[in-house]
Design a protein around this ligand. Structure first.
Ligand code: IPM
Ligand code: MN
Length: 355
């Protein structure tokens, strides 16, 4: 297959982890006979530094003309500590999602047998956890207008807004995913307080009869925050709005034992985007110590979701599991054993795929 991939390494550890994913993707291409080409674009703080714009048109053109986007991370502490900054790296990510029509963010949580003891939860709670969030990504309070301050600057406001159409398209993805899994869908909302949440619940209730094989549960977001820790095995597919999904997927991502391991996919249009859940981790940037596995697993999701190539995706998951089992890992999960460099882990994975 011909594959045109847009590479957006971004900021912080982004370039280092993306470089390892590229090694792995190239190894897969070689082994399975795919012709893979790349175009690289700037996004985030590095794009602001170079062009003044966190998501330059040139980057958008590269993404829109590709089959899939592999994205590292964005963010820079110099903006985090400056709430008055006019341009922020995060705006680049939000514009990219919106302009590419990526309305669904798929964030799975699953466990790795050799790592489950590193979970902050007790073994009986976490062993075998396997659920996936479908987070709405281009609506809600992230994009709602009006937003801002009153004239005196003493009051601030954001607007949370959802149309039925936005809810339906995300919910359908959730129902369909549940049909291919354990057939349980949880609608996460705050319908006891928020009008938007009541529209979510009503809309999901209307759709449910079209998916008679899927059991639907409705839970308030605060209760889900609790049950994710108490009994995460209760969940299969969860659907939720943008802000709730942002918060809960960070919580969910550490259940497996390391945030350095969880991949994600953003779907909605022809071009799909794949990125690790961890951020730009600026403290580790340039040190060759960051864990590249979440980005490598995001590349596995790319083969599956963007190209329908399940054997290729499986081959990547298999070598990742092998590296965990054999302890060929970075310092964050080395657990007292030898810690390997980011680049060494990438080389090892690629060699194992070809070996
Ligand atoms: C994420 C991030 C972004 C978000 C930030 C960087 C804007 O936290 O992808 O979850 O809030 O969506
Ligand atoms: Mn987040």
């Amino acid at each position: 297959m011909e594959m045109n991939i847009a590479l957006l390494p971004g900021d912080g550890i982004g370039p280092e982890v993306i470089a390892q994913a590229v090694k792995v993707v190239n190894a897969i291409g070689k082994k399975f006979g795919h012709n893979i080409s790349y175009k690289e674009g700037l996004v985030g703080a590095c794009a602001i530094d170079a062009t003044g714009d966190p998501y330059p048109d040139a980057t958008h053109e590269i993404c829109a003309g590709s089959d899939a986007v592999l994205f590292g991370a964005i963010g820079d502490p110099k903006y985090d500590n400056d709430p008055k900054a006019k341009v922020r790296p995060e705006q680049g990510l939000l514009r990219m999602r919106q302009k590419l029509g990526l309305f669904a963010n798929v964030r799975p949580t699953f466990t790795f047998p050799s790592l489950v003891h590193k979970s902050p939860l007790k073994l009986d709670r976490v062993d075998g956890v396997d659920f996936v969030f479908f987070r709405e990504l281009t609506g809600g309070v992230y994009f709602g207008e009006p937003r801002g301050r009153n004239e005196q600057g003493t009051k601030a406001f954001d607007t949370n807004v959802y149309s039925k159409e936005e809810i339906v398209r995300l919910a359908r993805m959730g129902f369909e995913a549940a049909q291919g899994r354990r057939k349980l869908l949880t609608c996460v909302d705050k319908a006891n307080v928020m009008a938007t949440s009541r529209l979510w619940r009503e809309t999901v209730q209307e759709l449910a009869p079209e998916y008679p094989d899927v059991k639907v549960e409705y839970e308030f977001v605060d209760a889900v925050a609790m049950r994710l820790i108490q009994w995460p095995k209760a969940y299969d597919v969860l659907i939720t709005e943008n802000l709730f999904g942002d918060i809960l997927t960070d919580e969910a991502s550490v259940i497996s034992g390391s945030m350095g391991l969880m991949p994600s996919a953003s779907l909605g249009s022809k071009v799909k985007l794949f990125e690790p859940i961890h951020g730009s981790y600026p403290q580790a940037a340039g040190k060759d110590i960051a864990n590249p596995l979440a980005t490598v697993l995001s590349a596995a999701m790319m083969f599956d979701y963007a190209f329908g190539l399940k054997a290729e995706a499986q081959a990547i998951s298999d070598v990742v599991n092998l590296s965990l089992a054999e302890g060929y890992v970075t310092e964050d999960i080395a657990d007292g054993g030898k810690a390997y460099k980011t680049s060494e882990v990438g080389d090892w994975l690629a060699a194992k795929i070809l070996g």
